[in-house]
Design a protein around this ligand. Structure first.
Ligand code: MN
Length: 232
């Protein structure tokens, strides 16, 4: 047993459907601009860019149903509904046709974004962390094991704020499919069991304010519900 100078921070984890055992989160990778209509609404040309990635800390995960306090230093907190892929077996240089062998399951997540800070960073050539990787910035549902997932390639993906639908698209609209972007990611980083990948959001992103309730889903997976609490 390693002796630490203080107790390690508790392991971040996500629920798994059908078992009391939890999925231990190692890292959270996020794909940027992976739906053409969303890339255009962010002022970018979706046809010219290879996939790119950013990250959130593992302990940014938030259990489904838990209220997220409105975070500091923003006046423009945005929702982004995303399919989340959970890696169950590590690997590097994973061929596209072997990607599913490395996937434990899938969930629904919200890539909460301090859009004002992200856009300033983008304009100034600074990292996106302050816009993307803040406390409680990654609500995620329970993971559905892959054998019970209908499809990672098609199916409705949607989000509503206070029951008004804001995002409504299909996984088939992904520019870089799960097989493609996981394979590409594994060429830059050695993926490990416990890694989560937030696969990008469709068009229709927008702001929420304290008191709003975000709901959303992906066909065949648990719906997500995330209330936004008072400012911290
Ligand atoms: Mn996103």
């Amino acid at each position: 047993m390693t002796d630490y100078v203080f107790p390690p921070y508790p392991q971040a984890s996500v629920a798994v459907k059908g078992t009391e055992a939890r999925f231990p989160v190692r890292r959270i990778f996020c794909v940027g601009r992976n739906y053409a209509a969303h890339a255009r609404e962010m002022g970018r040309d979706p046809d010219r860019e290879p996939p790119f990635f950013f990250t959130k800390p593992a302990d940014a995960v938030v259990e489904n149903g838990v209220t997220v306090p409105y975070p500091p230093e923003t006046e423009n907190l945005h929702y982004e509904i995303e399919l989340v892929v959970a890696i169950g077996k590590g690997g590097r240089n994973i061929p596209q046709e072997e990607v599913y062998d490395h996937i434990f399951g899938a969930a629904v997540g919200i890539d909460l974004t301090r859009r004002d800070l992200q856009l300033v960073a983008r304009e100034m050539g600074r990292p996106w962390d302050w816009g993307k990787a803040f406390d409680m910035s990654a609500p995620v549902t329970a993971i559905t094991p892959l054998a019970d997932v209908a499809s990672l390639e098609e199916g409705r993906i949607w989000l509503a704020v206070n029951d008004v639908v804001k995002q409504d698209a299909d996984l088939a609209d992904l520019i870089w499919s799960v097989k493609e972007h996981v394979s590409i990611l594994s060429q830059s980083m050695t993926l490990e069991a416990g890694d989560l990948i937030m696969t990008g959001t469709p068009a229709g992103v927008g702001a929420v304010v304290p008191g709003d309730v975000i709901t959303g889903g992906v066909a065949g997976l648990d719906d997500i519900r995330t209330p936004i609490g008072p400012r911290v």
